[in-house]
Design a protein around this ligand. Sequence first.
Ligand SMILES: [Zn+2]
Length: 250
Amino acid sequence: MRIEFKRRLALLRLRFQLPVAPKFECPVCQYTGPFLPFTATIGPRQHAMCARCGSLERHRLQWLALTTISKQVDFSKMRVLHFAPEAFLGKKFAGMFRSYATADIDPRGVDYMIDLTKPLPFAARSFDLVYASHVLEHIADDRAALENIRRVLAPNGIAVLPVPIVAKRTIEYPEPNPFEVGHVRAPGLDYYRRYEPFFRKITIFVSEDFSENFQTFIYEDRSHWPTPEMPLREPMGGIRHPDAVPICYL
Ligand SMILES: [Zn+2]
């Protein structure tokens, strides 16, 4: 009966040209199947969210990058500070590392309330890994934040500091944009050059580095930019945009 139903559905798809939802694999939770669309404040993205754990494109790319560097460094010996923590990543991190602490400028649900532009309430060299995903695009004085992050990192420490790559070249905004949850810039890949004075080495992982199965690209129509809500963004062609995660080594 089931087989008959599947066959009929396949025939109907052919007849009406129904699109077959592509299947992907989530490297975080091993779910296999279609990913869900996700609408951020600025518009919908296709194939964005894992239907089981809720990981987005950037989380899967970050996870794949972490898995890669876990072959070079011993996570079980590392003390981690996680800014603006994603709950599902936090659950994983808590069991992977020697110690795990969370921080945010909003004190709800984190261990430390921290403004990254002010000196951090930790002794120098307190952490081996600082993780702050999609944080620096909210901070105008990002160089102060980078300096503060560097100060709390131990020798050979690692900072994972991805921002959304939404421009060909970084566009600075004169003030935070409330329609972009307070972003102060639209970063391009060139933005990561800003990290160079603070670190010995920066390795950038991009979507193309990993299997298409994991779906780490941003499927988003950017051709209609700028919009009244995002007046300084520039149009970008194509509907599939690579993401990029910098791993910064002290
Ligand atoms: Zn998942």
